[in-house]
Design a protein around this ligand. Structure first.
Ligand SMILES: [Zn+2]
Length: 369
């Protein structure tokens, strides 16, 4: 499957398909429904989060022959042309690649003419913060006295770089990072439609690796589809992406609670063979400690960890996380954290710590120890 096919294919074509931005969708739906439209919208947020997709969708809502409407028909000429990227009244500029004053001037001069087909002339400027100072002035002049038929849809990853004179003339929406749950649900839906088998843990790994970006997530998902041959499993994805699956982290946690140093070190070696990022493993481990602490605090815990031990482990892990970058290599630093965790085993009457597992033969991989 060629790269970026999924991102193009699954670009939202209606507000119902926009994931993870309910407040923005509600505000835009309301504005379109009540006819209270602004002449400039600004969408900000991290890369790959759906800013330009949202801008194109809004352009469709504004241009649909049945509109302006929050539910564009998808069938009329403007709707179809916008999806194909050849609608004459929608101008799309990437300021990251077009920063010359003449280009912006040329664009802004064309803005004065009425739209050729539709009711609005819509100008999308992506990465608008990268326009040169002169271009900003040209843009600002148009924003100060915008012709009635013009709507600007601006997008940026760095709104703080925009002058206040521009910011104050825009209706500003900040897109949220997508939660792992929202991304997993989205990928789940896509894979079902694409008839590709997968397990839920594999999707959690992809969602986590996407770090809140739907575009990055879809690009990772494409690599997984190519690599896993229509059966996406957590084990394969973990090997492909070099990230620890939740079972490995849980196994490490259990081995620590069992005071089983050999298993702890063997599991760490297995993770190293997958070239995992140990700071991610440490984050996941601390997540398990956090869950235990919450359960304990809410008096729901029947687990083997007493509150003091959770706190001690968390503190050791936290300091270890800070110092991990200073260790000669990540694996060594990570092993030292777990050896320290094994060494500090405060006894408490609520604790159910088994005695240390001793006299066990080290597997060959650990003979160096
Ligand atoms: Zn339409």
């Amino acid at each position: 499957m060629p790269s970026h096919v999924l991102a193009r294919k699954w670009r939202p074509q209606s507000f119902a398909e926009v994931i993870g931005q309910p407040a923005i969708v509600q505000a835009l739906t309301h504005a379109l429904g009540s006819g209270r439209l602004h002449h400039a919208y600004l969408f900000s947020g991290t890369r790959g989060i759906g800013k330009t997709s949202l801008a194109r969708l809004l352009a469709k809502c504004l241009s649909c022959e049945k509109g302006p409407t929050a539910t564009p028909c998808g069938q009329c000429n403007p709707c179809l042309a916008i999806v194909l990227g050849n609608y004459l009244d929608l101008l799309e500029i990437d300021a990251a690649s077009r920063t010359k004053v003449e280009d912006t001037r040329e664009l802004l001069e064309s803005v004065q003419y009425p739209p050729m087909m539709g009711r609005y002339k819509i100008i999308i400027i992506d990465e608008v913060h990268m326009l040169s100072g002169h271009s900003f002035n040209a843009l600002l002049k148009t924003l100060e006295e915008p012709p009635k038929h013009v709507i600007f849809l601006l997008a940026t990853t760095e709104p703080e770089k925009l002058p206040n004179t521009v910011l104050s003339r825009c209706l500003h929406f900040t897109l949220k990072l997508l939660s792992n749950e929202a991304l997993s649900q989205h990928f789940n839906h896509i894979l079902q439609q694409e008839n590709i088998r997968f397990d839920a843990d594999a999707l959690s790994l992809v969602a986590k690796a996407a770090r809140g970006s739907v575009r990055d997530g879809l690009s990772i998902l494409e690599r997984c589809i190519a690599f896993c041959e229509n059966d996406i499993t957590a084990a394969k994805v973990s090997g492909l992406l070099g990230i620890a699956d939740s079972h490995s982290v849980q196994a490490l946690f259990d081995a620590l609670l069992a005071n089983d140093a050999v298993s702890v070190l063997t599991l760490i070696r297995q993770l190293a063979e997958k070239s995992v990022d140990f700071s991610d493993v440490l984050d996941a481990f601390m997540g398990l400690l956090h869950q235990s602490a919450l359960q304990y605090a809410l008096h729901e815990s029947n687990g083997p960890l007493a509150a003091e031990r959770i706190q001690l482990y968390y503190q050791i892990a936290l300091i270890g996380r800070r110092d991990l970058a200073l260790a000669p290599d990540q694996q060594m630093g990570f092993e030292m954290i777990f050896i320290r965790l094994l060494a500090f085993q405060p006894w408490h009457e609520d604790d159910n710590i088994p005695p240390p597992v001793k006299k066990k033969r080290l597997p060959p991989a650990l003979n160096l120890l």
